[in-house]
Write a protein that binds this ligand. Structure first.
Ligand SMILES: NC(=O)c1ccc[n+]([C@@H]2O[C@H](COP(=O)([O-])OP(=O)(O)OC[C@H]3O[C@@H](n4cnc5c(N)ncnc54)[C@H](O)[C@@H]3O)[C@@H](O)[C@H]2O)c1
Length: 329
């Protein structure tokens, strides 16, 4: 679907048919930039790109970031790269541990190698999961990362993204690649699906259907949720400043909410009659599942570099999602 007239795109967005990627593509196109997406449509969908496909500055290639030759060919047509393609979602990761490691490590390696040839301005999406079960909240980028044992496959996502970060920083130091790493905390908004274990779309879909809203664990674990539009603004702002080169930067809201309170807020906002049902971890996940109690970002670095940080409240976020339709779950 690439426009044969365009040989030179401003941005390559891997994973652009996904939740965050599709919002990012829309924003980049609306700013007048040209965008090429590489996506294998494993968790993403062309329906996410309905607002992009008719734009002449937009190109789409279906394929995997694990295909080194393809990544190299596509990157050769682009000036900068935003690498979002990854195996995501806790349920997905537990179900497909081999794919998680391969896509997240090999895919990123391919992207960095291709970007390194032309020293393309590069953004690599990492995750708050890299903080593992650290308890030193708020998490600062220079703080320690604390993982569980390799026998528990949930840590493979965090470790695979950590390897991505090491590799990206090695390319920055060794090869002069102008790369920035964004550690995204829970990002939510319209078009996010609950099919891969994402909590907020799952709660909204359950509430809308009048089914029990299922809270895993005791519900006292907390998270900070950021609206996707604000996260997209942060990614673009980080790419726009050379001062972010060679750094990992937290991107997230600092407004903390327990999962039980999240369920109650969803129930209230949707006017649902659903009961809120506690489901112990060992019923929701395979044996030995480990979760983190709190995950709050320190956003001083983000604010210092960009002058912004996500700040939309959870009620506004839920209303924005509801206004765009009930998520799939
Ligand atoms: N949403 C969040 O809360 C969150 C939090 C932390 C980090 N992230 C990171 O942000 C990025 C985007 O996540 P998202 O929430 O939009 O998820 P998503 O699943 O909607 O997007 C990922 C996209 O990558 C594509 N993809 C997967 N494997 C691929 C492959 N081998 N080759 C090409 N494309 C492939 C999928 O089809 C999908 O379109 C990911 O790197 C994820 O780790 C997201």
């Amino acid at each position: 679907m690439a426009d044969p007239g365009i040989r030179d795109y401003d941005y390559l967005v891997t994973g652009g048919a996904g939740f965050i990627g599709s919002h990012l593509c829309e924003r980049l196109l609306s700013s007048g930039a040209s965008v090429m997406v590489l996506d294998d449509l494993s968790t993403g969908s062309m329906s996410n790109l309905v607002n992009c496909v008719s734009n002449r500055s937009f190109g789409f290639t279906e394929g995997s970031v694990c295909n080194e030759g393809l990544v190299s060919d596509i990157a050769a047509m682009c000036r900068s790269v935003i690498h979002l393609a990854a195996a995501v979602g806790v349920e997905n990761i537990i179900r497909q541990p081999v794919e998680t490691i391969e896509v997240n490590v090999r895919g990123t390696e391919n992207v960095l190698r291709a970007a390194g040839r032309k020293r393309m301005r590069t953004f690599i999406a990492s995750t708050s999961e890299v903080y593992g079960k650290g308890e030193a909240v708020p998490f600062s980028e220079e703080g320690d990362l604390v993982f569980g044992p390799t026998s528990r496959s949930r840590w493979s996502y965090a470790c695979s993204k950590t390897i991505d970060e090491f590799l990206a920083l090695a390319y920055s130091k060794d090869r002069g690649l102008p790369v920035t790493i964004g550690r995204l905390f829970n990002t939510v908004g319209p078009r996010q699906t609950g099919r891969y274990g994402m909590v907020l779309p799952r709660f909204i879909a359950q509430a809308a259907a009048g089914r029990p809203i299922t809270v895993y664990g005791d519900g006292r674990q907390t998270r900070c949720f950021s609206l996707v539009d604000e996260v997209v603004s942060c990614i673009i702002a980080l790419l726009a400043t050379d001062r972010s080169i060679g750094l990992a930067v937290n991107i997230g809201s600092t407004q903390e909410i327990s999962i039980l309170d999240l369920a109650a807020t969803v129930k209230a906002r949707t006017g649902s009659v659903s009961e809120i049902r506690i489901v112990p971890y060992d019923e929701a996940y395979p044996k030995d599942f480990e979760d983190m109690q709190r995950r709050v970002p320190d956003v001083r670095r983000l604010k210092e570099l960009t002058g912004m940080a996500p700040c939309a409240g959870i009620e506004e976020i839920i209303d924005r999602i509801l206004a765009s339709g009930i998520p799939q779950a």
